[in-house]
Design a protein around this ligand. Sequence first.
Ligand code: AHG
Ligand code: MN
Ligand code: MN
Length: 339
Amino acid sequence: MAIGTTITQHILSQQRENPEATGAFTLLMHELIVAAKVISKEVNKAGLADILGATGETNIQDENVQKLDVYANRIIIERMQHIGQLCCMGSEEVADLIDIPAKFPKGNYILLFDPLDGSSNIDVNISIGTIFGIYRKKSDETDINFLLNEVLQPGYEQVAAGYFLYGSSTMMVYTTGKGVHGFTLYPSVGEFLLSHENIRIPERGKTYSVNESNYQYWDDNTKALVDYYKTKDKKTGRSFTSRYVGSLVADFHRNLLKGGIFLYPADNKDPKKPTGKLRLMVEANPLAMVVEQAGGYASDGKGPILKIQPKDLHQRVPLFIGSKEDVKIAERFLRGERE
Ligand code: AHG
Ligand code: MN
Ligand code: MN
């Protein structure tokens, strides 16, 4: 049986086009994929914990039962730290940069990730995911105490980005700046196979995805934008429909394939999070690179996400992402213009 293109084949062929490629990146991606397969397996049995008797202090392997997002975080760190290609990592689950233990060699890549996105959906069998962005270190610095400046690069500096989606099937969607490609995990073979080559997001869509319970906390321009989605567009006659599950990866993925906009605007719900909820480095930037490579656009409401100079590893940002024309319309509303 011919099984088509595997993810490793695909990464290798893209790397061969780059004369400077050393194989380091291919190795890095390969190991990340192994981590995602392990997480996928664990996600698939999340609902079985009670049946298998793993709800106590320890599970059947005598390991402490951990929350799945903590588990995913650990798996990625453990799998990635030994490969010799990373100088450090940054995770949504860890306050500081993650150093590479002294017993392992270091490399020049930086891996930033959200180990499990959509954690409120873990217990209810709704799709969740892992998001990643990869950068290259620009200086010779290797001391973790001085690496933060290397990590705080704008999103357009990413050399690769993507996500794993643990849904009705497990998928990997990634870009190295040469288009966006989707792979589906073929469980019996244990490989990701090319299923969505060169994904292009429609110029405009019909779907808007937002947590509308925040309406009361939005400014007038944001309210006007969401009001606009609920009325027929005067120019084009199109009506919108709404889809929101509360896992960014799942909401984003649907809109990437079908067109539409996902938004998590700034709100005044929590004075500690005046710029919205989502994180620039581990959520917005990777998906912004993916969407731009697919012909879409990601904005903080004022301009491109990918041009923001980060100041903090865990900085939050308003996010408007999806079909290019729809995100441009959102920017116009936020400037006070109306359609
Ligand atoms: P995480 O599970 O990594 O903390 O991210 C949750 C995020 C994102 O996945 C989703 O889009 C958003 O939170 C949903 O937030 P609300 O529940 O406020 O809608
Ligand atoms: Mn997340
Ligand atoms: Mn998370």
